[in-house]
Design a protein around this ligand. Structure first.
Ligand SMILES: Nc1ncnc2c1ncn2[C@@H]1O[C@H](COP(=O)(O)OP(=O)(O)OP(=O)(O)O)[C@@H](O)[C@H]1O
Length: 583
């Protein structure tokens, strides 16, 4: 029942709804006590031969009024209690979503998407059930059960009530034992569901790779294994779950047996009328629901607790990036990198001794072997990771002193693994500035050299991309991502290997456009193709996270080293690709 304490903050917040609902439940329970009493009286009247038509109408009238009252009250309490439960799920869903939006890339790197989705669906549903059905079963079983017992003991016979309750301790023991077993099993069932969710998500996203490698069968087998595991764990839950009802029915059956045998004795001894015995057994019948509800309560509560623990653990994950900056405007100006050492999670440095500066409006080219640290050098500027003091400065101010949103507002980043949303091309381009006029969207598309392609589509800028729409080529996606980044005219534009899927001619056009348009703005380009960065004001060559060469294209060509070798090799490759060398 700990979950009710955990949810106390919400019960307090919605106390009127819950108190109102509970009050109505109490009225319903009271109302339900009346019919057995009336039936008992009618039986006694019949036995004594005093039952008149008028009396029958009188009792019938009371029964109808009670039935109607219960009907209305049940409707209202449902709205109160279940309505509050739905609202709780909404609050938690919003919290989780807000939490997700604040999390860093590392958070998503470490977690499985399917797992996060399971938290937002299955777990929240279980918590909603606890705040709705859980409260109902708890209150109803205690109130309905308690009132019925009091009615039995005070209005009929306390001796008979005590005798009928002899089997109850067995029920308390059994439900407690089942509850403990359920908790563990629910946890692993929810974990299995998360794993299954993750598998489905990954397989659907990666379906092209799966098919390309002919791995459908293996994928299906893997899915079946996870699915079987989820079934097995849910069956384990169901096996305990299924024990509740038969156990309770058995115990109530035994109670009935005791009530009828001992009750008949009391009737024979004239301590009880037949009508009272009939009322008593009807009351016992009324106890079936509270007892079953008590059994379900364990089930609901244990499921809710397991889910609430999981959601709380997720919400407790701290922000990795401390956004303590106080400067409330977006930075503009000269850029200075002075990083001694940067490591991801382990102690192996990924960047070492990175020292360079860039004037506002200049273009920086970053090249180097794969894995040399180019992307990392860009991402540290976005503050995706915590930096030490003064490792990167803009206009002489540590980037950590800017508010994170303000810093990021001034940077347009086109990542290597670009992503387009299932929305129209125009919405994708205007993603960072959704209210941009069409002229701006078109201008960005023209700069990114994608306008022509877009006009070829039947619906032009209104073409839906992604799962629900047209399939774009890699180069088209890249250029739409570039248009998206340049539309807000960011102070710093980072193209992280973003021209890899376009041909050399288109690349040149895009670079020329950017040069013209972004005269006073800084641009950073990482690339494997040296032609992409040859125009840059500063080029740095990275190897194993360190700068091994730096300068302009001309100075780097004039010295021996990686840049010259790579440039000459790529020039030769390009010549061969264009038709070879003619002697
Ligand atoms: N999130 C991360 N956590 C831990 N290590 C990482 C992470 N991202 C990158 N690395 C490691 O940092 C090193 C540099 O990676 P980075 O992506 O910066 O190189 P790169 O030069 O951009 O490579 P490429 O040219 O292939 O894109 C690599 O050894 C990589 O494994």
């Amino acid at each position: 029942m700990r979950v009710f304490l955990q949810l106390m903050w919400y019960f307090k917040q919605e106390k009127w709804r819950y108190l109102g609902g509970i009050f109505m439940l109490a009225l319903v329970s009271l109302g339900l006590l009346v019919p057995p009493k009336i039936v008992g009286r009618i039986v006694d009247h019949m036995k004594q031969g005093t039952l008149t038509e008028e009396l029958l109408w009188h009792y019938g009238g009371i029964l109808i009024i009670i039935a109607l009252g219960i009907y209305i009250l049940r409707y209202i309490w449902r709205i109160f209690i279940f309505g509050a439960a739905v609202k709780l799920a909404m609050i938690l869903r919003n919290r989780l979503y807000t939490h997700f939006t604040k999390k860093s890339q590392e958070f998503y790197h470490k977690r499985r998407v399917g797992d996060l989705m399971a938290h937002s669906t299955n777990d929240l549903q279980a918590i909603q059930q606890t705040a709705g059905d859980g409260v109902l079963t708890l209150v109803d079983s205690l109130m309905m059960g308690g009132m019925t017992l009091v009615a039995m003991a005070t209005t009929i016979s306390w001796k008979l009530t005590l005798v009928s309750l002899i089997p109850l301790p067995v029920m308390a023991w059994a439900t407690n034992k089942y509850g403990t077993m359920l908790h563990k099993r629910f946890h692993s069932a929810q974990e299995a569901f998360s794993a299954l969710n993750d598998k489905v998500q990954e397989s659907i996203s990666g379906t092209r790779v799966i098919k390309a490698f002919g791995q459908e069968k293996d994928d299906l087998n893997h899915f079946s294994d996870l699915s079987n595991d989820a079934v097995k764990k849910n069956m384990a839950v169901a096996r305990i779950d299924s024990l509740f009802d038969p156990t309770i029915s058995l115990i109530i059956g035994f109670s009935f047996f005791l009530a009828v045998s001992y009750g008949s004795r009391l009737v024979v001894q004239n301590e009880l009328t037949i009508g009272e015995l009939v009322s008593f057994t009807s009351y016992l019948g009324l106890l079936i629901w509270p007892m079953l509800a008590f059994g379900w309560l364990f089930n609901i509560v244990e499921r809710g607790r397991a889910s609430y623990d999981r959601v709380e653990a997720l919400l407790a994950v701290k922000e990795e990036i401390d956004d303590q900056g106080s400067i409330d405007f977006s930075p503009k100006g000269d850029l200075v990198y002075q990083i001694d050492k940067f490591c991801y999670t382990d102690q192996t440095p990924v960047l070492t001794n990175i020292q360079f500066s860039l004037k506002r409006g200049q273009t920086l080219g970053i090249v180097g072997k794969t894995g040399s640290g180019k992307t990392t050098l860009c991402r540290v500027l976005l503050r995706e990771f915590n930096l030490k003091e003064s490792e990167i400065l803009i206009d002489g101010t540590d980037i950590c002193e800017y508010r994170l949103d303000k810093l990021r507002e001034s940077i347009g980043y086109v990542p290597q693994d670009h992503f387009l949303f299932s929305a129209t091309i125009s919405e994708n381009i205007a993603f960072a500035k959704i209210d941009s006029p069409f002229s701006k969207i078109k201008e960005a598309a023209e700069l990114a050299s994608i306008h022509q392609d877009i006009t070829q589509f039947k619906h032009g800028y209104e073409t839906v991309v992604g799962e629900r729409g047209v399939t774009l080529s890699g180069g088209q996606k890249q250029r739409i991502s570039i248009a998206r980044a340049i539309l807000p005219e960011p102070e710093i534009l980072i193209l992280d290997d973003s021209l890899s899927a376009v041909d050399a001619k288109t690349e040149e056009i895009i670079l020329q456009n950017l040069k013209k348009k972004r005269q006073n703005k800084t641009t950073i380009i990482t690339s494997h193709r040296l032609s992409s960065i040859s125009h840059c004001d500063l080029i740095i060559v990275l190897e194993s996270g360190s700068i091994i060469q730096s300068g302009t294209h001309q100075t780097l060509l004039s010295e021996k080293g990686w840049y010259k070798e790579t440039y000459e090799r790529q020039a030769l490759e390009s010549l061969i690709a264009q038709g070879g060398i003619h002697s």
